[in-house]
Design a protein around this ligand. Structure first.
Ligand SMILES: [Zn+2]
Length: 290
C-alpha cells in the first residue's frame, strides 16, 4: 500500500500558487502578473453562479446535446483555445504532433493540458490554462447534466484543485523518469509505457489528495481519466498500487538482479518516486493561446 505523499510537496505547490490557478480555472480571475500579457480581455465567470453559490448550469451547459457539453463561447471570455471538450484531450486527434520525444519534450501536442521539458537544470512544467479551462468545464457540464448534481462554488473549487493536481503529478512523473535517466544508464525511455505510468501515477496521487471520496468526486475523476489515447489508456493496467509499482520498478530498471535475490523492489521504486516528488528540480510556467 502506497503511503500518502509527504506534505513537503504542498509547499512546492503553494509556490506554484495552486489557489491562483483555481481562481483562473473556476472564475477566469487572473493575478496582476498575467493581466497585461495574456488576460486583458478576460471576462470573469461570476454570473455563472447564483446568490446561493450554486452553478446556474442552464446558462453554460447544453444538457440536451450529446456532442458539445458546453454552450460557452470561449473566445468571448478571452480563451482562444481551438478545443471544445475534455474528450479532445483524452482521445486521438489528427493534429497530434509526434516529435523526438526521447530527446526533447514529452506531450508535444496542441491538445495538451501540460508539458514537461527535460532538464537543463531545472526541468520545466508548463500548464496550458486555456485548454485546462475547456477540459474542466466540459466535465463539469457533463456531470451536472447527466448526474444532475447541484454543484456549488465550494465543490467546483475542490474539483478544480484535483484537476490541476492531475496534470501537475502527470508532468512530475516525467520529471521523475528524467532524473532516473541520469541515475541509471540502463534506463530506456519508452513513450507508451511512460505515458501509461504517468497517468497511473497521477491517478494514484490525486486519489490521495481527494479529501472525501464522494460520488461527484469519483464521477469527475472517472471522466477526467477516461483516456482512449494509445499508451495513456493503458494506465488501467496499473490501477492498483502493486501493479503500478511493479511496472515502475521494471521500467526504471531496478528489478534485476535484486528481485532474483529475493529483495522486494516495489518499496525502492516508491521511495525513489517520492524522493523526487518531494524535492522536484523543476520550474512551473503557465501557457495561453493568443
Ligand atoms: Zn505525459
Amino acid at each position: 500500500m502506497m503511503r500518502t505523499l509527504n506534505k513537503r510537496l504542498q509547499k512546492d505547490i503553494e509556490n506554484f500558487k495552486l489557489n491562483d490557478l483555481i481562481q483562473m480555472l473556476v472564475y477566469n480571475i487572473f493575478p496582476n502578473e498575467y493581466k497585461r500579457e495574456y488576460a486583458i480581455r478576460r471576462i470573469q465567470f461570476e454570473h455563472w453562479f447564483d446568490k446561493k453559490d450554486k452553478l446556474i448550469k442552464d446558462q453554460i451547459c447544453a444538457c440536451s446535446n450529446n456532442h458539445d457539453s458546453t454552450l460557452i463561447e470561449w473566445s468571448k471570455y478571452g480563451n482562444q483555445s481551438p478545443f471544445k471538450s475534455y474528450r479532445d484531450f483524452l482521445s486521438e486527434r489528427e493534429d497530434r504532433n509526434f516529435r523526438d520525444f526521447s530527446n526533447e519534450i514529452s506531450d508535444l501536442r496542441m491538445n495538451t493540458l501540460g508539458t514537461y521539458r527535460r532538464m537543463r537544470s531545472p526541468g520545466l512544467i508548463t500548464i496550458n490554462i486555456d485548454n485546462m479551462q475547456i477540459f474542466f468545464w466540459s466535465i463539469i457540464c457533463e456531470l451536472s447534466c447527466k448526474n444532475r448534481y447541484t454543484l456549488t462554488r465550494e465543490k467546483i473549487e475542490e474539483l478544480a484543485r484535483l484537476c490541476i493536481l492531475k496534470t501537475l503529478y502527470h508532468e512530475l512523473f516525467h520529471h521523475f523518469t528524467d532524473v532516473q535517466s541520469y541515475i541509471t544508464r540502463k534506463f530506456r525511455y519508452d513513450y507508451f509505457t511512460e505515458e501509461a505510468l504517468a497517468v497511473a501515477c497521477s491517478r494514484h496521487m490525486v486519489g490521495f489528495e481527494a479529501q472525501n471520496n464522494t460520488p461527484f468526486v469519483s464521477d469527475f475523476l472517472n471522466l477526467a481519466y477516461s483516456y482512449t489515447l494509445p499508451g495513456y489508456s493503458d494506465w488501467v493496467d496499473y490501477k492498483s498500487d502493486e501493479q503500478f509499482l511493479l511496472k515502475l520498478s521494471e521500467y526504471i530498471e531496478i528489478t534485476e538482479p535484486l528481485s532474483h535475490m529475493g529483495q522486494d523492489i516495489t518499496p525502492i521504486a516508491e521511495a525513489l518516486l517520492y524522493s523526487i516528488f518531494e524535492n522536484p528540480n523543476t520550474e512551473f510556467r503557465l501557457e495561453f493561446f493568443s
